[in-house]
Design a protein around this ligand. Structure first.
Ligand code: ATP
Length: 350
């Protein structure tokens, strides 16, 4: 399945028309239709090998499509080499020149363009301040931390003022704390410069945190495109429901027994609540009786796995608000009732 989203009024920065890239038998990208809008922070999210990087390389011109066409701001760029496309790429390994200073690295693109030294230095200074590296012009890349090196790579890509910036897992090499800090910084920088960012990641939390919209990739195809909330709250397929966050999938006989419905449904564990067996179920809810089999204490939350009397199991996530959350393990084996809003069940396609 492939899809376009309802177009907002913004100009289309990147358009894929039935784009495929095959390597022998491998359909790395398969008949992808996609519109990315000017000024968007757009993420391509998916597991390893799902075709995200190949899509990015097709936009950059490092790869050519097997079939279909690609437009950048209305211009057909299919077949054009990278240097004739108004895009720049930031790679995971930064690819900085080790023998050059930070200032020389950032100013490199301007030097190639023949911009005068004095002008270049001013622009480099501004750009380094933008990425919070003011005053570090004279350092060498080896004298910087991972996060600082990443910012130099970003500054070097942004100084050419490309219309589209491509970022291929740029935070992959950073530890979790720094990664989370850089996620917020990247988003702030993108707002400030107003350039279209296309960001490749396999980390669903990262995509949810940073993006205006996300395309979820699976086996060379896009399963769903939407805002982070749409992708999380209204997954259209079992793959999206399982890859972005955790979902209970209720299908077949189980769906008929528990909800009286046919089809496959996704229910997020945090939408299900544990109540005493004898509690009356409120209107517009579904309920099921079962016994708690597993209790996993996670600090902020506790995850319960409940074996239903009608067969199958549901996973439930409850926040640890109560004072007795220290004793969650005692719940193991307890008979409980699970309730959830009917509107929290998502009917899945296929
Ligand atoms: P990762 O997150 O691991 O980088 P990805 O989603 O970016 O994965 P791609 O790198 O786009 O995935 O690869 C998609 C598929 O195409 C994979 O099966 C990969 O092995 C294959 N592929 C990519 N480039 C080539 C190539 N140059 N030659 C042959 N196969 C390739």
């Amino acid at each position: 399945m492939s899809e376009r989203n309802t177009p907002p009024s913004a100009e289309i920065a990147v358009r894929f028309n039935k784009v495929s890239r095959h390597f022998g038998d491998v359909r790395a990208v398969d008949q992808v239709d996609l519109d990315i809008y000017d000024g968007e922070f757009f993420s391509m999210l998916g597991p390893s090998g799902s075709g995200k990087t190949t899509c990015l390389r097709l936009i950059a011109g490092f790869e050519q499509s097997t079939s279909g066409s690609i437009q950048l701001y209305g211009q057909d760029v299919t077949g054009l080499p990278p240097f004739l496309r108004d895009v720049n790429t930031v790679f995971q390994d930064y690819a900085l020149f080790p023998h050059m200073t930070v200032g020389e690295n950032v100013g490199y693109g301007l030097m190639v363009k023949g911009i005068a030294k004095s002008d270049r230095e001013l622009q480099v200074k501004d750009m380094l301040e933008m990425v919070q590296l003011g005053g570090m012009e004279k350092r060498k890349p080896t004298q910087l931390s991972g996060g600082q090196r990443q910012r130099v790579a970003l500054a070097r890509a942004l100084i050419n003022r490309p219309r589209v910036l491509l970022l291929d897992e740029p935070l992959g090499a950073l530890d979790l704390k720094l990664r989370q800090q850089m996620q917020l910084e990247l988003k702030t920088i993108q707002h400030r410069v107003g350039i279209t960012f296309i960001f490749v990641t396999h980390d669903q939390e990262e995509a949810l945190t940073m993006s205006d919209r996300i395309a979820v990739f699976n086996q060379g195809k896009i399963e769903q495109i939407g805002t982070p909330a749409e992708i999380y709250e209204q997954p259209k397929t079992e793959f999206v429901a399982g890859f972005v966050g955790v979902s209970n999938i209720v299908r077949g006989d189980q769906a008929r027994r528990v909800m009286g419905k046919d089809g496959n449904f996704a229910i997020r564990p945090e939408k299900i609540h544990i109540v005493p067996v004898e509690s009356p179920a409120p209107e517009n809810t579904f309920c099921a009786i079962g016994a708690i089999r597993e209790v996993i204490y996670l600090g902020v939350n506790t995850r319960y796995v409940v074996d239903l009397d009608t067969g199958g199991e549901l996973s439930v996530l409850e926040q640890n608000l109560a004072q007795d959350s220290m004793n969650v393990a005692a719940a193991r084996g307890r008979k409980v009732q699970l309730i959830w809003q009917q509107s929290d069940c998502r009917l899945l396609q296929g």
